[in-house]
Each structure stands twice: as C-alpha cells, then as structure tokens.
Design a protein around this ligand. Structure first.
Ligand code: HEM
Length: 226
C-alpha cells in the first residue's frame, strides 16, 4: 500500500476517522496530564513556578534553540487538535447525511456524555483560545508584563474568569470520561468483560485531571495562592 493509499483509506472510513480521533485524543490527553502536574508547582511558590516556566523554554536549547522544544510541542498539539476536530466534524456530517430527519430527543442513543461531546469540544476549544491570550501572550491578562506566577494570580483574581476556567475544566472532565472510553474501544479494547473496568478507568482519569486543574483557580479565589 502506498503512503497516499494509507492516508486516503484511513480518512475514507468511519473507523479510520475514529482512530484518528483516538490517537490525537491520546496525544492531547498526555499533554493535559503533564500540564496539570506542572501547574501544581504553583503550590511550591512563585520562584519554583517561574523557574519551571523558564525551564520549559531552556529544555533542549543546545539542540533546538531557546523555546525550540516548546514550539515542537505547540506544532504537534495544533496538528492534533485540527485533525481531531476535522474527524469529529466529518463523522458528525456523515451521520447527519445518513439520517437527515434526526433522532427524536428521547430516542437519542448514548449517555449524557456522548450527547455533550460536541458542545464540550466547542467549550474546550474556546477555553484554549482565551487561555493562550490570557497566560501565554498576556493579551487579556490584567498583569501582562508579569511572570507566569503573577499572570496566573492576576487572572484568577477575577471571579468570572476563575469560574469560566472551572466550568471549562468540568467540560474537559466529561470530554475525557467519554472520549477515553470510546477511544480505547476504537483502538482495540472492545471486550464486553472489560467494559466496566474501562468505564471506571476513564472516570478516574477524568476526575483526577479535572480536580488537579480546578484546585488552582479555587486556591487563588480562596486566598491560598496569592
Ligand atoms: C486551571 C487550569 C489551568 C491552568 C492554571 C493553566 C496554566 C497555564 C500556564 C501558567 C500557562 C503558561 C505557561 C508558560 O508560558 O510558562 C499555560 C499555557 C498553556 N496551557 Fe494551560 N492551564 C490550565 C489548563 C489548561 C488546559 C485544560 C489546557 C488544554 C486543554 C491547557 C493548554 C495550554 C496551552 C496549549 C498553553 C500554551 C502553551 C504555549 O504555547 O506556550 N491549559 N497554562
């Protein structure tokens, strides 16, 4: 099979598109977990947190230059998100064309999470755009000239913003719970016996990620981090 064939065949089938969603979803999930762990350094104080932020830029600088690794991560993430969204949209469009009348609300198959995947995805995408303008470029941050720690505290000192982050992290949790379960099945974990453990595993990952993120805006709101 030529390379073009592999790409066309993968993108041409529903299973192929679902695999693209699963693989890009896993890439994003790994980033999200690493990011969550890194963020928890906020509890070790401003110096540690700012040093961590700087370290992200100096990592591998001898080979890739200052910030080089970060740029590689950015490119992989943007590519993954675009593919993930394109596959989701294409699968949705294909299902809609195959069933133009649409489901009766009550007859809609799947769990609450399955039905909210699309809206969850949109909320997360909007969140990421705001988040980059807030904490990376500083465009919408009250302390744009500050370091990573100062920007973070200044941002969550605005209750509306802190609540928006919390809502987005809950949406992320729902997205992970259903997406991880569904993605593992797509990639071959589809056995009836494992269903319950798979569901429990996805739930635990989702709760840990949401809790690990949400604790930060909450800590700023309640004055534990200042
Ligand atoms: C309460 C939750 C979160 C906090 C406190 C937080 C904190 C931060 C901070 C401080 C930065 C700037 C790092 C630096 O430049 O040194 C950052 C960047 C970033 N965060 Fe988050 N983050 C959170 C949730 C998320 C989530 C859920 C995602 C993805 C779904 C995400 C994706 C990103 C991305 C893509 C960047 C930009 C990296 C770059 O291009 O420099 N963050 N975050």
């Amino acid at each position: 099979m030529t390379q073009r064939n592999i790409v066309t065949r993968t993108w041409g089938s529903s299973v192929g598109k679902k695999s693209v969603m699963a693989v890009t979803g896993v890439i994003f999930l790994l980033f999200v977990i690493a990011h969550m762990i890194g963020n928890l350094k906020i509890f070790f104080g401003q110096e540690t947190f700012d040093a961590y932020s700087e370290h992200l830029r100096t990592l591998g600088a001898e080979i890739f230059g200052y910030g080089g690794i970060l740029w590689i991560i950015r490119v992989v993430l943007v590519g993954s998100v675009l593919l993930h969204m394109a596959a989701a949209f294409s699968l949705w469009y294909r299902a809609k064309r195959a069933r133009p009348i649409g489901y009766q609300h009550k007859a809609y198959p799947g769990s609450y999470a399955a039905r909210t995947m699309r809206w969850g995805g949109v909320i997360i995408a909007l969140f990421v755009i705001w988040h980059i303008l807030d904490l990376t470029t500083g465009t919408v941050n009250p302390d744009p000239g500050g370091g990573a720690y100062e920007k973070l505290v200044a941002s969550f000192d605005r209750p509306v913003v802190a609540i928006f982050y919390i809502v987005a992290m809950i949406a992320l949790g729902f997205h992970i719970r259903h997406g991880l379960w569904s993605g593992i099945q797509t990639l071959g974990g589809n056995s009836a016996i494992r269903q319950n453990s798979l569901k429990a595993f996805s739930l635990v990952v989702a709760v840990v990620v949401t809790a690990g993120f949400v604790i930060i805006p909450l800590s700023v709101m309640f004055g534990l981090v200042r």
